[in-house]
Design a protein around this ligand. Structure first.
Ligand code: GLN
Length: 263
């Protein structure tokens, strides 16, 4: 196999994966690999070179400076979603207990990042996929916050009731037609159910909003990630459902990315 040269941080991450160590611990010293390890490294470099996302090779993605392990039922956490974590943390006080609900949790990256920053908070993490929920549970265990988490296998808010101080969600919001134009590697590795929603990408917001208004659930604030061009339509849906739009937060690329609503 020909040797492929990749950026230093990618090489380190691939090497650390083979050696099951932390990439930071590789700085400096000389490393020798046995034959099987050399083969595996060369094959992983070739996979990366052909477009396999690094996270799908090494099995985790760094999000909010934390490791989130993935499986084939979870979305690969995106940096855009850190905007949602930032917005939520701006609202959640450090010194008070609170209840958080994360809908369609996937790897758990939203709720778990918030829990790491808010030691008195507790979270309920839901997903309709048992396999995704298993991954979220593993991540909660890895970050030693599993005792503050409850996991529920359900579709959005089905069967859920009670009071939650903060609701977080990054639901699928890509329309079936836009999905066709996505990068082939995204289509290959990210589960379609985590990306695509009918009704021009709005169907999941509609379901969540109608469940919120019809079920026995109360909340203070909800934070939804949205597509860059969905802000007007979503504000309309929120108002129609009887809730108030508090703010639309832009992401680092200046696209509207998070809608904050209140009851
Ligand atoms: N909440 C998870 C994330 O933001 C999963 C989102 C999803 O599957 N649409 O990565």
């Amino acid at each position: 196999m020909t040797d492929i040269s990749l950026p230093h941080h990618i090489e380190c991450a691939l090497l650390a994966h083979i050696l099951t160590c932390d990439p930071d611990s590789l700085m400096g010293g000389r490393i020798s690999l046995n034959e099987a390890q050399q083969k595996e490294l060369a094959s992983n470099k070739a996979k990366f070179h052909m477009g396999t996302p690094l996270s799908r090779i090494i099995g985790y993605r760094e999000f909010w400076s934390l490791k989130f392990f993935l499986n084939n039922a979870t979305l690969d956490p995106r940096p855009d979603s850190e905007t949602l974590v930032e917005c939520a943390l701006d609202s959640i006080p450090k010194d008070k207990p609170c209840q958080i609900l994360d809908l369609g949790t996937g790897t758990g990256c939203l709720a778990l990042s918030v829990l790491k920053e808010r030691p008195l908070a507790q979270a309920t993490l839901t997903d309709f996929s048992a396999h995704a929920l298993e991954q979220a549970r593993e991540n909660a265990q890895y970050h030693a916050i599993i005792d503050r988490c409850t996991f529920i296998e359900t579709s959005w808010l089905e069967g859920i009731q009670g009071h939650f101080d903060y609701i977080l969600s990054n639901p699928p919001y890509i329309s079936p037609s836009d999905y066709q134009d996505l990068d082939e590697n995204v289509k290959h590795y990210d589960p379609i159910d985590a990306l695509v929603a009918h009704n021009n990408g709005l169907a999941c917001y509609q379901t969540i909003l109608s469940q919120l208004s019809e079920q026995n659930i109360s909340f203070n604030k909800a934070f939804f990630e949205i597509g860059f061009d969905q802000s007007n339509q979503i504000q309309e849906l929120i108002t129609k459902a009887g809730f108030k739009v508090e703010k639309i937060q832009k992401d680092l690329a200046h696209h509207p990315r998070v809608v904050i609503l209140s009851a």
